[in-house]
Write a protein of this length. Structure first.
Lengths: 221, 586
């Protein structure tokens, strides 16, 4: 509909329609998220929040249909397969790979290159989240908060241009939640990544000026 | 229950690969079925079958032994599940299932004969116990009793062997579902919830867990029934002879040199399939009536009345339940242990007159002969390895390439070979091999064995593949990993336990194949299984026992290898993961 003419640093979503085989979940949703900012999406269960994220990163179920475009930093993403989009993902569950150690989980996200250099990057990322001592550990033995931090470090190591956060704090207790929020939002601002956050918790809202509530008429940010 | 989310196809072009895979199996299967159909196309075959005096009693014998063994195995497995699931006893039961599955039916039957025969171990034990009593009366117990305890005319020995084997199979089929991490978690929560609503642990199982598990057990149940009604090798060893079950007659007619007899055998194979269909239809009708009118109202009837706090006997009753479960489990394990021990014992007892418990002379001669016939063992091993590998590779490729909808539709077809009598498939596979010019060749044998192993391998892999968290694929893609790299670096390593188990099951199925080996191989290829069966009628007890023991040792070794592959990773930290159980399947 609206070809992006001027280069814009950040994520631009122009969604005409998002459909399941039986119904239309979302229509006419347009978002612009500048790099380094977090746009929050709230809405009741089944309002299509998670499907919207799946559409942006390209992991929609086969039956779903999406009409619209996604651009990040002026580059069109929605025609690319997921692994070429460089859109990161953080979920409620950390989804660390159970057969890999903490360090190997991080190395999984580091681009190919000299082995020593890759390892150095991964170790540095691990140190950033204060978990350097756990490099060789089995991820299953870590606490929920530690695993969430490893997942964050892993997502950042892939150098995403945008990141999607699907209730990433909801499984943590209040104190941990606040700490991880600061860590995540800090990393997003520092690395100038455009982020979309889906949540049920009003305390998660990063910036009240960038908020969309789905399932109501006022869908425009 | 949540619908299984099958693996998504990676790219649409993979549909061509999926189509090729479907054809590579669908074509030989369709060809086999058609060939079997054509073989039974002559009216003379059917009329000679109808006129044969043996047909009717043999048919009833097949139905009686098949249905009785299936029913006892079904209720036995259901009871064992109820008594074990949700406690540590369940792990003890599941851990030993592979060792039990590895023992082929025929080897179990041969071991059972060594135990149960009139001159068998059990009678010797009884004679030893009764000897003081007998000598006091001036009697000497030096001849075996004149009863027929192995090929008894009622088929009880046959039924017993089938029950022990099929209980293990049904438990394994249940475990394959219940061990899925998502299912295990959910089932555990639901059972606990039911107990908070006032149901005892046993009531909670029968009203919450079993009604959900039972529908998934119906396909394995049909497979068990088909196997039991159409069984040949076990019946040759321990089954009745006057009349034998119809499948044995069909097999003898099919092997006859006279084409007229072959046509009669083909007709008998189809008659078995028809009878099987009738039994399944009657059973399905009965179970649906029973479920709607009797079971379903009971599930939601509410907890049993009576103040819970007044049940002073509750700990006592649960202790009784535990004791029963332990006895039943010990009985199941004990039977397998006794059979394997009897095989090992008999294989080295060269001179062992009745009623001695201890052989008079030991000898490794039988094992020496086994070693000399290394070609037989070699054939068994390469056939098992190649067909198991082919079946596993096919399944992995199919689960990765085929769209979810294809996989759901194909499921019934993959199962079909398990739901038809073995003689019928053997007849079809033979026709296929003849038509394709690969009969009596290694290729033909490999194709037949691979096709026989495939449904079982698919059965093992279906659960782990459909339980695999699809979000892991999405997560790995967002980290820049291509779909193929994801399969190679994440999916297969995480599923390595299931893949190794599937390979072991495929190997065990191949090793146990008797009919196709003999028929498609035209007798040119001897395997450990065909040797053991060929010796089962004769007097070379040590050699027979050695081959039968090997029939268990080979698959058991591969199952051991599978367990080694699936072992939990060793972590280089002071903190070790608490147990392999937590890691398994994640």
């Amino acid at each position: 509909m609206d070809p992006i003419a001027t280069p814009f640093l950040g994520l631009q979503l122009s969604l005409q329609r998002l459909q399941t085989p039986t119904s239309t979940l979302l229509s006419d949703l347009h978002l612009s998220v500048p790099a380094g900012c977090v746009h929050t999406i709230m809405g009741s269960s089944g309002s299509g929040k998670s499907s919207l994220l799946a559409a942006i990163c390209g992991t929609l179920d086969p039956g779903m249909r999406c009409e619209g475009t996604v651009h990040v930093n002026g580059r069109r993403l929605d025609t690319l397969p997921t692994h070429q989009r460089a859109v990161g993902l953080l979920l409620q569950d950390d989804l660390l790979f159970a057969h890999l150690s903490v360090l190997e989980n991080l190395l999984f996200a580091v681009r190919p290159g000299p082995q020593a250099q890759r390892r150095q990057q991964a170790m540095a990322a691990l140190a950033d989240v204060e978990l350097a001592a756990y490099a060789q550990a089995n991820p299953a033995t870590l606490s929920g908060g530690q695993r969430a931090r490893v997942a964050l470090a892993r997502a950042l190591l892939a150098h995403p241009v945008a990141i999607l956060l699907d209730e990433p704090f909801s499984k943590l207790d209040t104190a941990l939640r606040q700490r991880l929020r600061e860590q995540v939002f800090g990393a997003i601002a520092q690395r100038r990544i455009a982020a979309i956050l889906v949540t049920h918790d009003p305390a998660d809202i990063a910036d009240p000026a960038r908020l969309t509530v789905l399932g109501r008429q006022s869908d425009h940010a | 229950m949540s619908a299984p989310t099958s693996a998504k196809p990676l790219v649409p072009q993979l549909r061509f690969a999926a189509l090729a895979l479907a054809l590579s199996v669908g074509l030989p299967w369709a060809w086999s079925l058609t060939g079997a159909l054509l073989a039974a196309g002559s009216a003379t075959g059917w009329s000679s079958l109808a006129m044969d005096v043996q047909t009717r009693p043999a048919l009833w014998m097949a139905v009686w032994t098949g249905v009785a063994a299936t029913a006892v195995a079904w209720f036995g497995a259901a009871w064992l599940l109820a008594a074990h699931f949700g406690s540590l006893r369940w792990a003890a039961l599941v851990r030993r299932l592979p060792a039990m599955l590895a023992l082929p039916h025929a080897a179990f039957a041969i071991g059972a004969v060594i135990l149960l025969a009139p001159s068998g171990v059990l009678v010797r034990l009884a004679a030893a116990a009764l000897a003081p009593l007998a000598s006091a009366r001036g009697l000497v117990l030096d001849t075996p009793p004149a009863w027929r305890s192995t090929q008894d005319p009622w088929g009880l020995g046959l039924i017993a062997v089938l029950v022990f084997k099929e209980v293990a199979f049904l438990l394994w089929a249940a475990a394959a579902h219940l061990q899925r991490p998502d299912v295990a978690r959910r089932m555990g929560l639901e059972l606990r919830l039911a107990q908070t609503l006032g149901y005892s642990a046993a009531d909670a199982w029968w009203r919450v867990a079993w009604p959900q598990l039972r529908p998934r057990m119906l396909a394995p149940l049909v497979a068990v029934l088909a196997y039991n009604i159409g069984v040949v090798d076990v019946a040759l060893v321990i089954g009745p002879t006057t009349p034998p079950p119809l499948a044995v007659l069909a097999w003898q007619w099919l092997q006859d040199a006279d084409p007229a007899n072959n046509a009669r055998g083909a007709a008998a194979a189809w008659l078995l399939a028809a009878v099987l269909a009738v039994v399944v239809a009657l059973g399905a009708g009965a179970q649906s009536l029973l479920t709607t009118h009797w079971l379903r109202p009971r599930w939601s009837r509410g907890p049993r009345p009576g103040p819970v706090s007044d049940r002073g006997d509750a700990p006592h009753r649960s202790a009784g339940r535990e004791l029963n479960a332990t006895i039943a489990r010990a009985g199941l394990h004990g039977a397998y242990l006794a059979v394997v021990t009897a095989l090992a014992w008999a294989s080295v007892a060269s001179l062992w007159p009745f009623p001695d418990l201890w052989p008079q002379a030991w000898s490794l001669e039988a094992w020496g002969q086994v070693v000399q016939s290394a070609g037989t063992v070699g054939t068994t091993v390469w056939l098992g390895m190649t067909s198991a590998a082919a079946a596993v590779l096919w399944c992995v490729a199919w689960f990765e390439c085929a769209p979810a909808r294809w996989q759901q539709r194909a499921w019934a077809l993959v199962y079909l070979p398990l739901a038809l009598p073995g003689v019928l498939w053997t007849l079809g596979l033979h026709r296929l091999a003849l038509d394709w010019g690969i009969d009596a060749s290694a290729w033909g044998l490999w194709l037949a064995h691979s096709l026989c192993a495939l449904p079982y391998v698919a059965l093992v892999l279906h659960g782990p593949y459909s339980g695999f968290d699809p979000r892991l694929g999405a997560m790995s893609a967002t980290l820049g990993c291509s779909p193929w790299a994801f399969v190679w670096r994440v999916k297969l390593p995480l599923l390595r336990g299931a893949l190794a188990a599937a390979f072991a099951v495929g190997f065990a199925v191949s090793v146990a194949q008797y009919l196709p080996t003999l028929y498609v191989g035209a007798g040119r290829y001897t395997t450990v299984g065909t040797e053991a069966l060929a010796l089962s009628g004769g007097g070379q007890r040590p050699l027979m026992a050695a081959y039968a023991a090997l029939l268990w040792l080979l698959p058991a070794a591969v199952f051991g290898f599978a367990a080694w592959v699936a072992r939990p990773r060793h972590w280089m930290t002071p903190r070790h993961s608490s147990a392999g159980l937590a890691v398994q399947g994640r």
